[in-house]
Design a protein around this ligand. Structure first.
Ligand code: AMP
Length: 292
């Protein structure tokens, strides 16, 4: 399955092999330990033999992509992610394929998955949360500037780099935002009212999801969680937002969340204003790095 007209070569560094030199094939890599397992394949640590560059090699089985009818989604993911360059967005260096598989060459995120870190800590401190949220806001400002909406911001789709910086990954649900879209996608807990109601939506969906993320970082659970999907749905459309008394969270953080989780998407706090919010200014490390 060709996922674009021409097999794309890895750009710039790493790995440092120009398109003119060769096309990638699996023999160009030493395959190391498995990093994880996704729905459609496996991810391995790999080293490009010539340049010695370390990458994460994601191996997807074409048969499974076809069966689940997600070839289009993968193609879109590759097309969008390969053009993005931001310290808080996971790089996609390139891809290649053979008869049975598609291989994605991804930046290696040394410190693994954010949701595991959150599970380990139960919830994060205000400094850590503010640092993470401001770095994600900067990444989203960059994305929206390129007319890309992520639409699936949640802990499972965020990795952590060597310095402790966050990397948005998984662009499977992202779209180029030239038109307002009406597709239902993503996990219910993170979806804004306009998406659970299958109404038109725009880049402001990502502000809502960032608000959900901020809440989950501080409290350890997403705000509209419920036993039944139907109850989560009702809580989202009514913006049934409650702040538990434990853990103790400062009024500034609650104010920020309340300004992001607003039903009318046009009234959500714009991301550039989020960066100026007093709670962010007082708590976030401007470098976006949080070392544990
Ligand atoms: P995915 O198929 O993208 O869900 O990836 C499956 C798992 O592999 C993830 O949950 C991560 O644990 C791991 N993984 C994927 N991509 C990377 C990466 N670029 N760097 C480090 N680990 C990764």
């Amino acid at each position: 399955m060709p996922i674009a007209a021409e097999p794309q070569q890895a750009e710039k560094s790493p790995p440092k092999v120009s398109a003119a030199e060769r096309r990638w094939k699996v023999d160009d890599f030493d395959i190391g330990k498995p990093l994880g397992r996704g729905k459609f394949g496996h991810v391995y640590l790999a080293r490009e033999k010539r340049s010695n560059q370390i990458v994460a090699l994601k191996v997807l089985f074409k048969s499974q992509l076809k069966q689940s009818q997600v070839e289009h989604q993968v193609r879109r993911e590759v097309e969008i992610q390969s053009h993005l360059r931001h310290p808080n967005i996971l790089r996609l260096y390139g891809y290649f394929y053979d008869e049975a598989r598609v291989y994605l060459l991804l930046e290696y995120a040394e410190k693994g998955e954010l949701y595991k870190e959150l599970q380990k800590c139960t919830y994060f401190s205000e400094r850590r949360t503010a640092t993470y949220i401001s770095s994600l806001a900067r990444a989203l400002i960059y994305l929206h500037g390129k007319h890309v909406i992520h639409r699936d911001i949640k802990p499972e789709n965020i990795l952590i780099g060597l310095q402790g910086e966050l990397k948005i990954a998984d662009f499977g649900w992202s779209v180029r935002a030239f038109n307002r879209r009406q597709t239902m996608c993503g996990t219910l807990d993170y979806l804004p009212p306009e998406m659970v109601e299958s109404a038109e939506h725009d880049a402001n969906v990502d502000i809502w999801s960032l608000g959900i993320l901020c809440y989950e970082f501080l409290y350890g659970v997403p705000p509209f969680e419920a036993k039944e999907h139907s109850d989560t749905y009702i809580r989202i459309v009514n913006v049934d937002l409650k702040f538990p008394s434990i853990p103790i969270v400062s009024p500034g953080a609650k104010d920020l969340i309340s300004q992001m989780l607003v039903k009318d998407s046009s009234q959500r706090l714009p991301l550039h204003r989020l960066l100026q919010h007093p709670w962010i200014v007082q708590n976030a490390n401007p470098s976006g790095v949080y070392s544990v």
